[in-house]
Design a protein around this ligand. Structure first.
Ligand code: F6P
Length: 327
């Protein structure tokens, strides 16, 4: 019979997302409930490489469920993507007797976990912690709900002033490779146009549509742009519109990193707690090297080898809805 896992490590990696602390707390407390020793690895894979690893107790994660950021800190670690870096990381885990890992992060973090788990005998469980929601195999990622609601609150405020002045606003939201924040925040604030990386922007169509709105005296317009949209983001778009429509009153607002911070929503705290609990259950049941998602409100397990090959797609129907509703 195989020896049961008794020592596990947990880390957060890549861009932080609200709810990561709730996920860490769930991993730590579920592990301790099952009699495991749980170790926190600081600064993501960097802490694995540097040996920045500390034992956590149930009380170590008290009073963090409501906090944004990640109390373990995070980083993007280039060294872990070298063979030597991973060997050092492995040796450091072995020094502490760590036999299983929970990695909370986005697609880049899963890629690291996938490579590591194929090379070494330490099973990895991924939890999707990213505001971008771009991971296939889950309906939600930890942090998306909070981030998108931060964006919605800001865009609603911008609409008030846009309306008062009859202005066109271009609002840039996060999403280097993914348009989910733009799509959700844009639809829910009644944005007239939404530009996302997944769909090539026809600036000619956009200008034609703005001119048509101008003819029928629709003067308040909001364009929500994902930062990774192919035209080059809000500033580039503004320059282009100004060139084509010099008389147009136009302002740009880049929401930036405020979308990554803040206290997690109830929704993010709940999914983080569920996923964190199930991460430990996976290690107990030897369901190794998967990432845990939620699909149709049920836990869903995707092998890390598959997870790194797929991205969540945006359905054409969403884009049709935007067009129909924003007249
Ligand atoms: O976490 C994902 C993400 O927020 C992207 O949407 C964004 O482009 C990127 O991180 C920003 O990363 P950084 O904080 O390193 O600039």
């Amino acid at each position: 019979m195989k020896k049961k896992i008794t020592k596990i490590g947990v880390l957060t990696s890549g861009g932080d997302s609200p709810g990561m602390n709730a996920a860490i707390r769930a991993v730590v407390r579920t592990g301790i409930y099952h009699g495991m020793e749980v170790y926190g690895i600081n600064r993501g894979y960097s802490g694995m490489v540097d040996g920045d690893i500390h034992r956590l107790e149930g009380r170590s994660v008290a009073n963090i469920i409501q906090r944004g950021g990640t109390f373990l800190k995070t980083s993007r670690c280039a060294e872990f993507f070298t063979k030597e870096g991973r060997k050092t990381a492995y040796d450091n885990l072995k020094k502490h007797g760590i036999e299983g890992l929970v990695i909370i992060g986005g697609d880049g973090s899963f890629r690291g976990a996938q490579i590591f788990s194929n090379e070494y005998d330490i099973p990895c469980i991924g939890l999707p912690g990213t505001i971008d929601k771009d991971i296939a195999g889950t309906d939600f990622t930890i942090g998306f709900d909070t981030a998108v609601n931060t964006a919605v609150e800001a865009i609603d405020k911008i609409r008030d002033t846009a309306d008062a002045h009859d202005r066109l606003f271009i609002i840039e939201v996060m999403g280097r490779d993914a348009g989910y924040i733009a799509l959700h925040s844009g639809i829910s604030t009644g944005a007239e146009h939404i530009l996302i990386p997944e769909k090539k922007t026809s600036v000619e169509d956009l200008i034609a549509s703005l001119k048509e709105k101008e003819r029928r005296k629709k003067l308040v317009n909001m364009i929500v742009v994902a930062e990774g949209e192919d035209f080059g983001g809000a500033d580039e778009l503004a320059k282009h519109i100004k060139k084509e429509m010099p008389h147009q009153e136009l302002r740009v607002c880049i929401l930036g990193h405020i979308q990554r911070g803040g206290s997690p929503s109830c929704f993010d705290r709940v999914i983080a707690s569920r996923m964190g609990y199930h991460a430990v259950e996976c290690l107990m049941e030897e369901r190794f090297n998967v990432f845990i998602g939620i699909v149709n409100n049920k836990m869903h397990y995707t092998p890390l080898d598959e997870a790194v090959k797929k991205k969540q797609r945006i359905s054409e129907e969403w884009l049709k809805i935007v067009k129909i509703l924003a007249t």
